[in-house]
Ligand binder design. Structure first.
Ligand code: HEC
Ligand code: HEC
Ligand code: HEC
Ligand code: HEC
Ligand code: HEC
Length: 391
């Protein structure tokens, strides 16, 4: 537990540094780093500069310091005595199954996915480069290789000590030595990128922009590391390995497991639904600020056809600004309706509704924002669960 908290803190420090240069106002299309689309440069006090970042996020375990995956800048050996020159392609040449999974992952596409590109075009900041192209130098636009690598084998497995894994291995025939870092099996391996403050609030006066690690510590699944759900063991013939696709978007089975509906009933003009987190290790939904879910219900006839309009409840975080000490503006959470424990949600339907259909859907981006931008986003919406109810 202490390790995790210090990982999150350490990262917060690291993240703050990545974010400190000129990030308190952005011409806002996606508003990732800004207070709100209406905020102005003059209104917000510049953050205080922070100390230099550690090159790697690390955790001290008493007698040794373990280096963990995290944002750039990162330094690693360009050659290793066992395998010669080091690149993701070289790792892939021997670890073909893992590499094929990673090829299809959003980690691999963290720089090249179209949604990121559009948002980066609106807010081209050093901090974005540090996490979305962590194999490049965040001071400049990433090289072609760093763009293609995204979050790569090297990001997560290579430290100045060599290749790290969960156990130590001697240099085997055709292989290489592996340095043990047992924290690679824990949320510490993810903390440096999956929890961070808003880029304009490095001292963390306000809420975090992404807070998956802390949500996990508070969740009923806190004793299950992220890897249990996001890197399940894949059996191929007689061998097995940990899945490297990290897929959530477009992974219908995973999304379906996220929430359990305990009860749904229809009373006069209200549909009441009791939900709780199910096979999930943090808030639903977690991650990016724009992620949200909608619970919907609409009246239907006996043939299942809709006979009235859709009533919607949004499951998301919303942020606002308030005046802090000395008149500076500070961000605050205005509402957080995400599912973190058992909750009953009510939706109003036309009086006399006898039958209704309902759905909970996960959304990558608020539909209004997607429409406003005129963008078509792959995997924009997934049905998490749905059903019918009658009086
Ligand atoms: C010449 C082939 C070769 C290359 C190149 C190679 N590996 Fe390996 N790697 C192996 C072999 C063989 C093992 C031994 C265990 C096994 O069979 O998976 C291994 C083991 C590992 C392990 C530990 C697996 C375990 O079971 O605990 C990790 C992690 C790893 N490699 C990562 C990498 C990374 C990252 C790169 C690129 C920087 C890389 N490897 C490059 C062949 C290679
Ligand atoms: C986002 C971080 C991340 C990336 C990117 C990543 N790995 Fe891993 N990898 C891990 C973690 C964490 C584990 C340990 C999971 C566990 O056992 O708890 C692991 C385990 C492994 C293992 C151990 C064998 C096993 O059980 O699967 C090998 C080999 C490996 N990775 C190779 C690679 C190669 C090759 C690449 C690039 C194609 C890669 N990894 C990319 C995080 C990553
Ligand atoms: C170097 C930073 C970094 C590390 C370390 C890292 N991630 Fe990520 N991760 C990212 C970024 C950036 C994205 C967003 C990619 C995108 O969609 O553009 C992401 C996306 C994801 C997603 C979303 C995939 C989807 O299909 O929606 C999951 C799940 C995830 N990471 C889990 C993990 C887990 C679990 C670990 C630890 C074992 C980990 N990550 C380590 C940076 C990182
Ligand atoms: C018990 C299983 C479970 C555990 C443990 C778990 N997750 Fe998840 N995770 C899920 C499910 C289910 C979803 C899909 C619903 C959602 O987006 O919140 C998800 C979604 C995510 C996403 C959002 C992907 C997107 O595209 O928006 C990220 C990022 C993520 N998890 C990271 C983590 C990290 C980091 C940890 C550990 C601190 C972790 N998860 C622990 C089950 C789990
Ligand atoms: C500390 C690391 C970090 C920083 C800094 C960061 N991101 Fe991310 N970003 C992530 C992670 C982790 C995710 C995945 C969360 C999820 O899937 O819900 C993500 C997700 C996203 C997504 C959603 C991608 C998708 O596949 O839907 C966009 C867009 C994005 N980031 C843009 C940016 C931009 C633009 C910046 C700079 C202004 C930035 N990010 C800075 C870590 C970071």
């Amino acid at each position: 537990m202490r390790d995790l908290r210090s990982a999150a803190k350490l990262h917060a420090r690291n993240g703050s540094v990545r974010g400190h240069r000129g990030t308190w106002w952005v011409g806002c299309l996606f508003c990732i780093g800004s207070f709100s689309c209406a905020s102005t440069e003059a209104a917000i006090a510049p953050p205080t500069p922070s100390p230099a970042p550690p090159v790697f996020s690390s955790i001290s375990t008493g007698n040794s310091v373990l280096l963990l995956p995290g944002p750039a800048p990162r330094s690693f050996p360009s050659t290793l005595s066992d395998i010669g020159s080091v690149s993701n392609a070289v790792c892939a040449s021997c670890h073909a199954e893992v590499a094929a999974e990673w090829e299809g992952s959003l980690h691999k596409k963290s720089w090249q996915n179209g949604y990121f590109s559009r948002s980066y075009a609106a807010e081209p900041q050093e901090a974005c480069r540090a996490c979305h192209a962590p194999e490049g130098d965040p001071d400049r636009e990433p090289t072609h290789d760093a763009q293609r690598a995204g979050v790569g084998c090297i990001t997560c497995h290579l430290t100045p000590e060599g290749i790290v894994g969960t156990r130590s291995l001697p240099a085997a025939k055709g292989g290489h030595a592996v340095v043990a870092n047992p924290l690679l099996s824990t949320p510490s391996a993810c903390a440096a990128c999956h929890t961070f403050p808003f880029l304009d609030d490095p001292a963390q006066h306000g809420p975090m922009q992404q807070d998956t690690i802390a949500e996990h510590l508070r969740s009923p699944a806190a004793d299950k590391p992220c890897q249990t759900c996001h890197m399940p063991t894949v059996q191929t013939g007689r061998s097995s390995h940990r899945d490297h696709t990290f897929q959530v978007q477009g992974n219908a089975a995973m999304l379906k497991g996220a929430v359990a509906v305990e009860d749904v009933h229809l009373e006069t003009n209200v549909l009441r639904m009791t939900v709780r987190p199910a096979d999930i290790g943090h808030a639903f939904p977690t991650g990016d600020v724009f992620r949200r879910a909608e619970m919907r219900a609409w009246p239907i006839n006996s043939g299942g056809q809709p006979i009235g309009s859709v009533s919607t409840h949004v499951i998301a975080r919303t942020f606002g600004v308030h005046k802090g000490p000395g008149g500076t503006l500070a961000r605050e959470v205005v509402s957080d309706t995400r599912i973190v424990d058992r909750r009953t949600i009510q939706l109003t339907l036309p009086a006399g509704t006898k039958r209704a259909a309902w759905q909970i859907v996960w959304q990558r981006l608020p539909p209004e924002l997607a429409n406003q931008l005129g963008v078509t986003i792959p995997n924009q919406e997934s049905i998490v669960t749905e059903g019918l109810v009658s009086e």
